[in-house]
Design a protein around this ligand. Sequence first.
Ligand code: SAJ
Length: 423
Amino acid sequence: MAYAEKFETLCVIGLGYVGLPTAAVFASRGLEVVGVDTNQNTVATINSGAIHIVEPDLDILVNGAVATKKLRAAARAEAADAFIIAVPTPFTDNHKPDLSYLQAAADDLADVLKAGDLVIIESTSPVGATEKISTHLAAKRPDLSFPHNSCMEANISIAHSPERVLPGRVLIELIRNDRVVGGITPNCAKRAAELYAIAVEGRCLQTSARTAELVKLAENAHRDVSVAFANELANVADKLDIDPWEAIRLANHHPRVNILNPGPGVGGHCIAVDPWFIVDSAPEDTPLIQAARLVNNGRPARIANAVTAAAAATGLTAPMIGCLGLTYKADIDDIRESPAIAVVKILAMSFKIRIAEPYLNILPDELADLPNVELSDIQSTIIASDIVVLLTDHKQFKTLDPTAFENKKLINTRGNLKKPRNR
Ligand code: SAJ
């Protein structure tokens, strides 16, 4: 099968935290890139040269790519040499992977797919999803041949290359991180590695699609288990009246120990979700991964209990609780699966709450209708509150003068630990 000599056009489906930076980086390398999103506002914002998410330096890159006409956004997929799918893969209420966005993206590109094209799934996926998408596409396009059933003869290449970028460092990690590139066939992996070689300085490690799927899930489950260990230790230390931060800092002096930071729980669309994809594949074989999820999901209630105890100790009938931060981690605007929101929801059942969140202009939907919850600025939140709960360690909070908390009870869920080595 003759493939295009080189990749000149790219269609990136899903313009979120991964898809948009990916589209912009490839555009900056000279490819003609169209980014696709079902949200009309997102399409309009990007076509105006602006961005709809907070990520360092992304605005400059997108603005330049749009100005030079290398990048534009559209509502539907368009013909291209290669397609990258970067749409969400959430879970359903009973923790099963929801592949509906992935299938919708495949349906969209199926109409414009042509012989010689490469399709890469970057969305985190349960093992077997890439082959399922190949089967799905084959059913829609019987005129083309696909790698799951025609091996080297296929005229479409399909691969899974999971994104591994850390929000807040996306542009750096997109270029510098090694990539795992898993093809349905070795030829698919080779083609996908050729595409990434245009933009990625890290190594492109070729493997099968199924292995690449598990690798990504394993990375995030590993992180979840590691944070769960820190959180479990914090639960124990709390009960024994020991400062968990001091205990962990001292333990980390051991040359082979590197305990992560406890916190209010694990949020984000990745680490709080992906371990369930492994559990779903092998429920009986994953007691550790399931336990980690339970430990991390139990943290918001523990924090809320600590606040309730502190509130009782004030002797006030209606103490005001000030919450600093709502996003799932520092210095970004992402609130998906945020444990800070879980804490606020519990506290809102009993207290009046003020929230300071420098990365949001309005309260998230799940808090917006609560009459006793109000979004405010940092200073007014602290001044008006009897108890201040630091939930997200944004830089705006870290630089606050400690005297701001005089006469307040401060509950700092992010502690004062030095950063672990791999954070
Ligand atoms: N957290 C702690 N204590 C820690 C570290 C993290 O409580 O010591 C919490 C954070 O506050 C946050 C959650 O864990 O709520 C997740 O944050 P994170 O910084 O660990 O990770 P994410 O979700 O922002 O990004 C992860 C990364 N995966 C790994 O580090 C293995 C990133 O490389 C992936 O690309 C990303 O998931 C993804 O998209 O899958």
